[in-house]
Ligand binder design. Structure first.
Ligand code: HXC
Length: 257
């Protein structure tokens, strides 16, 4: 498959996707979305891939949904076509997805980063939900995910004023997991992804699924789910191997079984 709006590569066991519409600061149009979903789903199905990294350019992770594509949209078309619902496919991936963000992550760009499992930010990163300045509000999960991740006060502040926050503020409020110098962003994200890909793939996938449960259920149901999944891990050869390797003071050789 040839892609026009993204660059897709494999780095060892890591799927690497770079958003590539530099002329529009990686604004997310429907062609880019279709390509992104195809690439992500093919990495997700590929047994040789253990984690995926999405990044943009030095200037912009993505400056939002494509305003020029959206500006003449009619209500009936938006409603009947369930505009933006295709983005949910990103959140159905079962393998870990890391967003490596430099520059602008605004509107849909911030929302795409939040669909990933965690965000590593360059010192240059700027996050925001400026939709209010365009006469709309977030439409790809921003009002819900941002509120869960950073709390009501900051989500209200960002969505109602449309202001941007820098990487340090984003780290302080828990939106990003770590901030690194811009020149080290891709290396750091790939290093994290390769580390994840070195572990037992079923265990990695079950860990992601279980943490995501925390956002969908009560604490007692979440704890019960965690325990059931934890128990099931003792059916895996990888549990035997991981614990034997520890006892024998050697590196484990996970078979993904
Ligand atoms: C379409 C965009 C774009 C976008 C930038 N461009 N953002 N095109 N959609 N979201 C285009 C510009 O039109 C311009 O094209 C080129 O990219 C470079 O942008 P500049 O504005 O010239 O760059 P700069 O001056 O450096 O300013 C960077 C910026 C600004 C601060 C990020 O581009 C900006 O404010 N962009 C919009 C950010 C935004 O509002 N995002 C939210 C979108 S709505 P030309 O052809 O002129 O060179 C959204 C969710 C909507 O994401 C949900 C509602 C349903």
């Amino acid at each position: 498959m040839t892609y026009e709006n993204i660059i897709v590569e494999t780095r060892e066991k890591v799927g690497f996707i770079q958003l590539n519409r530099p002329q529009a600061l990686n604004a997310l149009n429907s062609a880019l979305l279709a390509e992104l979903n195809t690439a992500l789903e093919s990495f997700d199905k590929d047994n040789g891939i253990g984690a995926i990294v999405i990044t943009g350019s030095e200037k912009a992770f993505a400056a939002g949904a494509d305003i020029k594509e959206m500006q003449t949209l009619e209500f009936a078309d938006a409603y009947l076509g369930d505009y933006f619902s295709e983005w949910e496919r990103v959140t159905r991936l079962r393998k870990p997805l890391i967003a490596a963000v430099a520059g602008y992550a605004l509107g849909g760009g911030c929302e795409l980063a939040m669909m990933c499992d965690f965000i590593i930010a360059a010192e240059t990163a700027k996050f925001g939900q400026p939709e209010i300045t365009l006469g709309v509000m977030p439409g790809m999960g921003g009002s819900q995910r941002l509120t869960r991740f950073v709390g009501k006060s900051k989500a209200m502040d960002l969505c109602l004023t449309g202001r941007m926050m820098d990487a340090a503020e984003a780290e302080r409020c828990g939106l990003v997991s770590r901030v690194v110098p811009a020149g080290e962003l891709i290396d750091e994200a790939l290093k994290a992804a390769k580390k994840i890909a070195s572990f037992s793939l079923p265990v990695v996938m079950m860990t992601k699924e279980t943490i995501n449960r925390a956002y969908e259920t009560t604490l007692s149901e979440g704890l019960r789910f965690e325990r059931r999944v934890f128990h099931s891990m003792f059916a895996l050869e990888d549990q035997r191997e991981g614990m034997a390797a520890f006892a024998e003071k050697r590196t484990p050789n996970f078979k993904n079984r």
